[in-house]
Design a protein around this ligand. Structure first.
Ligand code: SAH
Length: 262
């Protein structure tokens, strides 16, 4: 089929067979796995996945592509959801989900946050994203790439960059380099966040002005005595705090509030 790539759906189709094989090897699909592919497009990953699986679920927004997939691929092995992945109720697919996809870059970060809400049902996620986004996701503290995205995702997932993919591997070619990242939900985190809304507000406030000290950016939340109690230097910046320290800050405030109101 001559499909004209639609920019508004973030369509950049993978054409490099070498890259496709490497991605499939990283995913290592086993016949019984419950895999969900987001944005199958013309089937670059879908076809090799189906050949290894008993069954595959795909979610695709573009109706022309849905029609094309229906005509090309065996209906008994494939369930196609013609839907927006950002509104899709993943819980209806069961547990131990393995999410894969060469994601539309225009919605990649909100989609990762959306998927975070289903992390209890997810075994792992293998996705292709803009390299620059992957750099920020896996960044360590005290580096320029470390920021809100790093903290909010590292709190929930163990993340590993697997492969950098050049623009030439796609048609049409994107303007940027891409990378594959594997995300595994931390189902047994030792340190849990007591109030996730508060945690997210604190991380956002701390990084709202990267160059300012925590004393400034977190002044609405922490007084000098709180910093002392937490053994955190108020002259540090957000980028110097580990994920564990952000959790400690957030939980300290939750506990303090509960004590005051009792
Ligand atoms: N996986 C294919 C296509 C990647 S392009 C390949 O590697 O070649 C991204 C795909 O995501 C396109 O098929 C696009 O139509 C689809 N898409 C875009 N936005 C989407 C959304 N919100 N939900 C589901 N699919 C979406």
């Amino acid at each position: 089929m001559a499909h004209k790539a639609r920019k508004r759906f973030g369509q950049n189709f993978l054409i490099d067979q070498q890259v496709i094989s490497e991605i499939i090897e990283y995913i290592h699909p086993l016949s019984e796995d419950r895999i969900v592919e987001i944005g199958p497009g013309l089937g670059a990953l879908t076809k090799p996945l189906i050949s290894k699986l008993n069954h595959l679920n795909v979610i695709e927004l573009d109706r022309d592509i849905v029609a094309h997939l229906k005509s090309e691929l065996p209906a008994n092995k494939l369930t196609i959801y013609a839907a927006d992945a950002m509104k899709f109720d993943f819980s209806k697919l069961g547990k131990n989900l393995r999410i894969v996809g060469n994601l539309p870059y225009n919605i990649s970060t909100p989609l990762l946050f959306y998927l975070s809400d289903f992390s209890a049902l997810i075994q792992d996620i293998h996705v292709m994203l803009q390299k620059e986004v992957v750099d920020r996701m896996v960044a360590n503290p005290s580096t320029t790439d470390y920021g809100r995205l790093s903290v909010m995702l590292q709190y929930r997932f163990d993340m590993e960059r697997l492969l950098t993919v050049s623009a030439e591997s796609f048609r049409p070619m994107p303007k940027v380099q891409s990378a594959i990242v594997c995300m595994t939900p931390l189902h047994h985190r030792t340190q849990i966040v007591l109030d996730e809304t508060l945690f997210s507000r604190i991380v956002a406030a701390a990084f709202s002005q990267r160059r300012k000290t925590l004393r400034n950016t977190l002044s609405a939340f922490l007084k000098q005595e709180d910093f002392q109690h937490l053994s955190i230097d108020s002259q540090l910046r957000a980028e110097n705090l580990t994920v564990e320290q952000f959790i400690k800050v957030s939980n300290h405030i939750t506990v303090r509030q509960n004590t005051i109101h009792r």
